[in-house]
Unconditional design. Sequence first.
Length: 512
Amino acid sequence: MGATGFRIVFSSSPLAVPHAVLAALLASLLLAGCGSVGVQPYSEAEIAARTAADRAAAQQDVPAITEALTMEQAIARALKYNLERRAKMLEEALAYDQLDTATWDMLPRLMAQAGYSRRNKDLITNSVDSVTGQPSLAHPYVSSERAHATAELGLTWNLLDFGLSYIAAKQQADRVLIAAERRRKAMHLLLQDVVTAFWRTASAQKLQEQVTLAIVNAESALEDARRAESERVRSPIDALRYQRQLLENLRLLENIEQELAAGRMELALLMNAPPGLHFRVVEPEERLATPLLAIPMPQMEELAMQHNADIREQQYSSRIAVEETKRAMLKLFPNLSFNAGIRHDSDRYMINNTWNETGLQLSYNIFNLLAAPSQKKLAEAGVKLADQRRIATQMTVLTQVHLSRMQYEAAYRQYLRSDEIWHADEKIAEHSRNRELAQTQSRLELVSNNAAAIVSLLRRYQSMAQVQNMRGKLQATLGMEPDIGSVDELSLDQLAAQVGAVLQQWQAPAVN
């Protein structure tokens, strides 16, 4: 081999590599080769099985929808069975578990150890005279057994680790509160989405039959127009203009039909119901009292500063940053540790095989003096960043309060205007139907008026949903949430009853 090579020679010389060492080396190399991990993608059967299991888990314990749903029941189902909300609740539960773990980290360490040691030759030692330095005349002596067992039960307490664990536990407690605020924010968004999807479903339920009938009438009128064109009953340009207007109305009606079809699927997703499930909803009474608009703006700002989820989250984040500063500064102090334990050794050469042992140790890393300015600067930068984020969030929320109130008021006015337009178009359509029966107008005018009435009714429902959505957005900005018990402990009917009581309370003339 070359100059950089190596070789192993087996010989009977005492200096040769022992067979046991060589066997251990070969076994280590074999284990290292077997320990390599390859790429193992899921097979199609495994993916299909996992997907089926996930779908079954998603629908587990979710009762079937057997009757028409009210608004309260839809919200209750979403609060209880929505998958995203379940994830937020599990995140909060995980934060609580991490807090429990951090609390246990503050306790001293109680370690129990047991071991066994064996050597192939005796531990033989010589001694020298402490005065002359000459070898002792005594024969070399054995000071330890070849094989012996040890056991130990020890308690260790570290002052620095306790301080760091205490601060970490306080930070984790704030993270629990942050998880709770994020769950609140997710609930606010869920309520808005459910209300909007519910009104879209209600509008589809009411308009679907009218839209289908209008499309049938428009297609029939279009066939008559094409037949009249082919028979030269009217001039070609007038016939084509007539057909184009009918086609425009058909396109409008078909777009409405497509828009209506999506509302029920969105509501089913929010309630964790099968997407293809057909269910009906009970259209709620149109209670559009606006008690929130009667609250003075300074009071709204104060409510938002106290209860808004984003502001609370940033406040807890700022407190975590302050604790991180204490954590960084604590690392600069000396480390004091104390240990006490009971030890046992089965070595028969020992006179005292069992003994107690205590110790106290003080240590300090000198380089901490050099790192102290950098650690302090880093911690202070974290506090400044958290403070800046909190200030920015407060200003953003204040803007959201003003903007949400303005949007809520504008949506309410738009609803009132949409309601007036729908009443006017409905009367026009009724007159058109009467005139069509008397054969005093064309079918194009009837189709156009019916389409306009349907569009007006749809816009009215959309305005209603927008009013509810803007009200929910303003309530979320102010930090208002349903005052209900535990979602897991309450039954679906009990939860729906509490949600209904909260909705009625929100419609009351005064808001606390």
